[in-house]
Design a protein around this ligand. Structure first.
Ligand SMILES: Nc1nc2c(ncn2[C@@H]2O[C@H](COP(=O)(O)OP(=O)(O)OP(=O)(O)O)[C@@H](O)[C@H]2O)c(=O)[nH]1
Ligand SMILES: [Mg+2]
Length: 208
C-alpha cells in the first residue's frame, strides 16, 4: 500500500468556512477525549492535529488532505461530543456546527466512530449511532486506548463489546494511538471502505 502524504487543508469554525467540496470526506467522530486527534496523527505519521489530556481540545472542523497512491481524500477531525464541562450554549453551538456540516456536504464517504475500548459504546455513542443511521451514514467502529487494558484481557473485552451489539461496516479495529503497530491495518481498512463506497455510488448512479 502506498504511503499517505498529508497536509492541514482547512480549519472551519462555522459553515461559511467549510472548503469547497472536492474529494471524499472520511469523518472522525466520537466522545471528547476518546483520541480522535491522536488517531489522525498516528494515521498520518505526523503531529498535525492538536491533542490534549483535557477534553474539548478540538473546537473546529479540521480537514486534512491525504494522497495515498492514486487515492485523494480528506480526513475530517470533528470536535468531540459529550464534554460535560461545556455550557448549554456551547453544546448547542457544537450540535449546530456538526448538523450544518452533515447537512451541507454531499461527499461524506463514511464515518469513523471512535469508541473507548475500556468502556465500549456509552449512552451518547448510542445517540450518535442512531443519528448516523437516520442519515443512512455508514459507520466504521474503531476502538481506542486498547493499551489501557492488559493484553491477556483484550480478546474477552473485544468479544463482550461485539456481543453487546456493534454495527460497523468492518469488524471493529483495535488501535492504540500512541503506538503505530495497529495503524497499517486501519489505513488499509479505511481505503477499502472508501473504495467500496465509491463503487456503490457508481452502481447507484448507473441505475438511474
Ligand atoms: N494511552 C492512550 N492514550 C491515548 C490514546 N489515544 C489518545 N490518548 C490520550 O487521550 C487524550 C485525548 O486525546 P485527543 O486525541 O486529544 O482526543 P480527542 O478525541 O481529539 O478529544 P477532543 O478534541 O477534545 O474531542 C490525550 O491525552 C491522548 O494522549 C491511546 O490509544 N492510548
Ligand atoms: Mg481532538
Amino acid at each position: 500500500m502506498a504511503a499517505w502524504r498529508s497536509e492541514l487543508f482547512c480549519t472551519a469554525f462555522n459553515k461559511g468556512q467549510l472548503p469547497p467540496e472536492s474529494v471524499p470526506e472520511i469523518v472522525f467522530l466520537g466522545r471528547s477525549n476518546v483520541g480522535k486527534s491522536t488517531l489522525i496523527n498516528a494515521l498520518l505519521e505526523r503531529k498535525i492535529a492538536k491533542v490534549s489530556s483535557k477534553p474539548g481540545k478540538t473546537r473546529s472542523i479540521n480537514f486534512y488532505s491525504v494522497k495515498a497512491g492514486s487515492a485523494d481524500f480528506y480526513l475530517v477531525d470533528l470536535p468531540g461530543y459529550g464534554y460535560a464541562a461545556r455550557g448549554a450554549d456551547e453544546r448547542r453551538g457544537w450540535w449546530k456546527l456538526i448538523n450544518d456540516y452533515f447537512a451541507m456536504r454531499t461527499k461524506i464517504s463514511f464515518a469513523v466512530h471512535l469508541v473507548d475500548f475500556r468502556h465500549g459504546p456509552l449512552a451518547n455513542d448510542a445517540e450518535l449511532t442512531e443519528w448516523l443511521d437516520q442519515m443512512g451514514m455508514p459507520r466504521l467502529v474503531v476502538f481506542t486506548k486498547t493499551d489501557k487494558i492488559s493484553p491477556g484481557k483484550r480478546k474477552a473485552q473485544y468479544n463482550a463489546h461485539v456481543r453487546a451489539g456493534i454495527d460497523s461496516v468492518l469488524p471493529p479495529f483495535m488501535t492504540c494511538g500512541v503506538n503505530d503497530a495497529s495503524m497499517q491495518k486501519l489505513r488499509d481498512g479505511i481505503i477499502r471502505v472508501m473504495q467500496e463506497m465509491i463503487r456503490l455510488d457508481e452502481a447507484e448512479a448507473n441505475q438511474v
